[in-house]
Write a protein of this length. Structure first.
Length: 265
C-alpha cells in the first residue's frame, strides 16, 4: 500500500513509511498532548512534497495555527501563498453564530459567508424569527469544504462537531464523512479531543483505517510527566503495541523511542 509521510521521521519508521494513502487516521489525546502539532507536521511535509492540502480549523484561528507552525520550524505561509494549502476557519463561523445569538453583532464576516455558500447552509429569513437563522455546521458539511482533488486534509478538531449528537448519530455521520473522503482518495487526519472521544464511547476508532493515541502521564522510571504515543490500530501495517515517548521541541515532535508498556493507556 502506498504511504503518505507523516513529517515525523521516527513515526514513519513505526508505520511502514507513513499513513496509508487515501485513508482516514484518527489522532486523539488530552489537552497539551500534541494533537494539533501532529497535524501541522503532516501538512508541512505534504506541502513540501507538492500535495494539495486543506486544514479545517474548528477551534483555532488560522493566525494562531500559522504562528504555532512557524515556532516549530513548520512554516506554512509560503504554501498558502503558492496555493498548496488552504485553511478553512470554521471557528469563525461558530464564534459568529454565538455572538449573533447573544445579540452582540448582526453582521456576517466575509469568511462566514464563504463557508455558508460552500456548505450550502440555510441562510433564509424565517417568519417566526427576526434576521437570518443559520443552521449549525454539521459533520457532513465538512466534506463540502474539501474539494475532490484535495490530496491531504487535516480536520482539527472533529470533537467540536460531536457535542449534541447521540453516539449513534455521531457514528453514522462520521462513517459517512470518512467514507466520502476516502472515495475521493483524500488522506485525512481527524484530530479529536479526549472529552469528545470519551463522550462518544470511543466509536470513532471503528470508522477509521488507523488510530494514534497521545497522552501525558508519569513515567515510572523517571518520576516525571512525559508525553507518550500509542498506535493500537493501523490496517495493512505491521505494528507493535509498545508505547513510545516523545518530546515537543523547537523543531517539532521528536520520538525518543519505545519503552515497552510503561503506563496504562
Amino acid at each position: 500500500m502506498e504511504r503518505m509521510p507523516t513529517g515525523i521521521e521516527n513515526l514513519d519508521k513505526k508505520i511502514a513509511g507513513g499513513y496509508p494513502k487515501g485513508k482516514g487516521i484518527l489522532v486523539t489525546g488530552v489537552p497539551g498532548a500534541g494533537k494539533t502539532i501532529f497535524g501541522l507536521h503532516f501538512l508541512h511535509k505534504s506541502c513540501m512534497d507538492g500535495k494539495k492540502c486543506i486544514m479545517v480549523a474548528t477551534e483555532e484561528t488560522p493566525e494562531d495555527l500559522m504562528s504555532q507552525a512557524s515556532m516549530l520550524g513548520l512554516g506554512l505561509d509560503s504554501f498558502i501563498e503558492k496555493g498548496n494549502l488552504q485553511i478553512k476557519p470554521v471557528i469563525e463561523f461558530r464564534a459568529g453564530g454565538i455572538a449573533r445569538d447573544a445579540r452582540l453583532t448582526e453582521d456576517f464576516s466575509d469568511t462566514e459567508i464563504e463557508i455558508i455558500e460552500e456548505t450550502g447552509l440555510d441562510r433564509y429569513i424565517r417568519p417566526d424569527q427576526t434576521g437570518f437563522n443559520i443552521e449549525e455546521i454539521d459533520l457532513i458539511d465538512i466534506v463540502r469544504l474539501i474539494p475532490e482533488d484535495t490530496e491531504v486534509a487535516v480536520i482539527d478538531n472533529i470533537g467540536v462537531l460531536a457535542f449534541g449528537l447521540t453516539a449513534k448519530e455521531f457514528r453514522d455521520k462520521f462513517d459517512t464523512l470518512n467514507r466520502l473522503l476516502a472515495q475521493q482518495k483524500t488522506t485525512t487526519l481527524y484530530v479529536m479531543d479526549e472529552a469528545a472521544y470519551e463522550m462518544t464511547h470511543k466509536i470513532a476508532d471503528y470508522s477509521t483505517y488507523g488510530a494514534v493515541k497521545l497522552f501525558v502521564k508519569e513515567n515510572p522510571y523517571t518520576g516525571n510527566n512525559e508525553r507518550f504515543l500509542s498506535i493500537p490500530k493501523m490496517r495493512s501495517t505491521k505494528i507493535g503495541l509498545d508505547v513510545s515517548v516523545f518530546d515537543i521541541t523547537s523543531a517539532g515532535i521528536k520520538l525518543k523511542g519505545s519503552k515497552g508498556k510503561l503506563v496504562e493507556i
